[in-house]
Design a binder for this molecule. Structure first.
Ligand SMILES: C[S@@+](CC[C@H](N)C(=O)[O-])C[C@H]1O[C@@H](n2cnc3c(N)ncnc32)[C@H](O)[C@@H]1O
Length: 241
């Protein structure tokens, strides 16, 4: 049942990208099928039942397409019995530095989507407003350490009690797997038509210390699924009032 369901979820989540280029479609399909984080987020019920989402460094909006498709299937009763209910997104706001990705997102979701808005912007500069969930998937390490701290402080301020900040980072203390992550990162960035970036990693303990110092309760979960990477998902919750 689950593998047929996953195929349907993947088909539905990738479909909006058919409105754009072949690249956008195949990139979304490849990313959503090969990266276990998308499936695990839903299966484990990490997101709240409903909420306003803010995704920083959102690329072409693959996470939002995934969430929309998941909620639709859940409402249709097509949902694995052992998965948590799919979250209901009330608003999906994304900021992405690269205009090319924002253009792909616009082609996928349209410019007048009722809840999705993906805008060009630098996470170090844009106003986050208020959100119930903030995500940064594989993008925080593009920002230098001082700016990372400022972004994290502003995320904490944008979240209410009980709010969630979810991110995935590489553990710089992990040795070779961390370097493999960075080589892959450089290759993917290059394929997506961007310049090779400088990457600003931290050891896992340093990430956790920093997030705790900002008032988050932090849970860590390796998120590599058999790949020789050092990726860790950080589930950071604002304590309830
Ligand atoms: C590895 S990609 C991940 C994209 C997306 N989060 C996903 O999971 O598909 C990292 C993204 O972060 C974006 N990015 C890097 N620095 C950024 C910044 N300062 N503000 C906003 N986006 C940024 C990059 O352009 C890139 O699209």
């Amino acid at each position: 049942m689950t593998s047929r369901f996953l195929q349907t979820l993947l088909d539905d989540a990738s479909r909006p990208f058919r409105n754009g280029s072949r690249f956008a479609y195949h990139y979304a399909r490849g990313k959503l099928s090969s990266d276990c984080i998308f499936r695990e987020l839903l299966k484990r019920g990490i997101f709240p039942a409903q909420g306003r989402f803010l995704d920083l460094g959102c690329g072409q909006g693959s996470l939002f397409a995934w969430l929309l498709a998941a909620r639709k299937l859940y409402e249709q009763g097509n949902w694995p019995a052992d998965w948590a209910p799919a979250p209901q997104p009330l608003a999906l706001l994304g900021y992405e530095l690269m205009q090319k990705d924002v253009d792909r997102a616009s082609q996928a979701f349209g410019l007048d989507h009722p809840i999705v808005s993906i805008r060009q912007g630098d996470m170090c500069k844009v106003d986050f407003g208020q959100a119930d969930v903030v995500t940064i998937l594989d993008a925080l390490h593009y920002v230098d350490h001082a700016r990372q701290k400022d972004v994290l402080k502003r995320i904490r301020a944008a979240l209410p009690p009980g709010g969630l900040f979810l991110t995935r980072v590489g553990d710089k203390g992990a040795g070779l797997p961390y370097h493999i992550c960075n080589w892959v990162d450089h290759a993917v960035t290059f394929v997506r038509g961007h310049r090779l970036p400088t990457l600003y990693g931290r050891k896992l303990v340093e990430w956790v210390e920093l997030l705790k110092s900002l008032g988050f309760v932090v849970e860590t979960l390796p998120m590599n699924e058999g790949k020789p990477f050092a990726n860790i998902m950080l589930i950071c919750r604002v304590p309830a009032a």
